[in-house]
Design a protein around this ligand. Structure first.
Ligand code: URA
Length: 210
C-alpha cells in the first residue's frame, strides 16, 4: 500500500457504519454489523497482498494459478475492542496467526503501559495487520506498534473503523511506514478523547458494558 490513509467509501461500508453510529442500535446488531463491516475492511486492506503462482491441474488442463505468496499473515488485536474487529477479519483470513496486545493508561503519566503481549513467531517474515476499531489520540496504537516492531515486525498495516485527525497525525509522525485503512476520518476528538461524531465507546457498545 502506498497511501498512508485509505478511507473505504464503499456504499455497504458507509451504510453499515451509519447503523453502528446510531445510539439506538442494540448491542446485538452492533456486533453483527461490526462483523460484516470488518469483512469488507479486511478485503480492502489485503487488496495488494503479494502473489505468486502454482501449477495446478483443473479438470480440463494444467494451469499456472495465482496464489498468495509468503508466510501466513499475522493479525494483532489491541485489547479489548480490537477483538470485535478481529473476528470478522479472521473469517476472511482463517489461516492467519493471531496476537494480542493489552495496554492500560497510567493514571499519573497518562502514558500507555503494557499489561499483556502475546505475538506470533517470525513476525519479521509476515505481513502484520494491527486491528483496533477507534484511532483516537493514537497513543495506544503507536505504543502497540512500537512493541510489535520491537518483536521484529517490518511490514505492518493498521485497520480501524473510525479515525480522528489527531490520531492519524500521531501515527504519521511515529510510524509513517504503517498504512492505515479506515471506514471514516471523523471530525475531531472531544475533551475526553472521544471521536466526534463517532459512535461512543466501541468496547462498551460491542460487549454491552457501561
Ligand atoms: N475509544 C472509543 O471506544 N471511542 C472513542 O470515541 C475513542 C476511543
Amino acid at each position: 500500500m502506498t497511501d498512508h490513509l485509505t478511507v473505504v467509501n464503499h456504499p455497504l461500508v458507509q451504510h453499515k457504519l451509519t447503523l453502528m453510529r446510531d445510539k439506538d442500535t442494540s448491542t446485538n446488531s452492533f456486533r453483527q454489523l461490526l462483523r460484516e463491516i470488518s469483512l469488507l475492511l479486511a478485503y480492502e486492506i489485503t487488496r495488494e497482498l503479494e502473489m505468486t503462482t502454482r501449477t495446478i491441474q483443473t479438470p480440463l488442463c494444467e494451469m499456472e494459478a495465482p496464489i498468495l505468496e509468503g508466510k501466513k499473515l499475522a493479525l494483532v488485536s489491541i485489547l479489548r475492542a480490537g477483538n470485535g474487529l478481529l473476528d470478522g477479519v479472521l473469517e476472511l483470513i482463517p489461516a492467519a496467526r493471531v496476537g494480542f496486545v493489552g495496554l492500560y493508561r497510567d493514571p499519573e503519566t497518562l502514558q500507555p503501559v503494557e499489561y499483556y503481549c502475546k505475538l506470533p513467531n517470525e513476525l519479521e517474515n509476515r505481513l502484520t495487520i494491527v486491528v483496533d476499531p477507534m484511532l483516537a489520540t493514537g497513543n495506544s496504537s503507536v505504543a502497540a506498534i512500537d512493541l510489535i516492531k520491537a518483536k521484529g515486525a517490518k511490514n505492518i498495516r493498521f485497520l480501524c473503523l473510525l479515525a480522528a485527525p489527531e490520531g492519524v497525525a500521531r501515527m504519521r509522525e511515529a510510524h509513517p511506514d504503517v498504512p492505515i485503512v479506515t471506514a471514516s476520518l471523523d471530525e475531531k476528538l472531544n475533551d475526553q478523547a472521544y471521536i466526534v461524531p463517532g459512535l461512543g465507546d466501541a468496547g462498551d457498545r460491542m460487549f454491552g458494558t457501561k
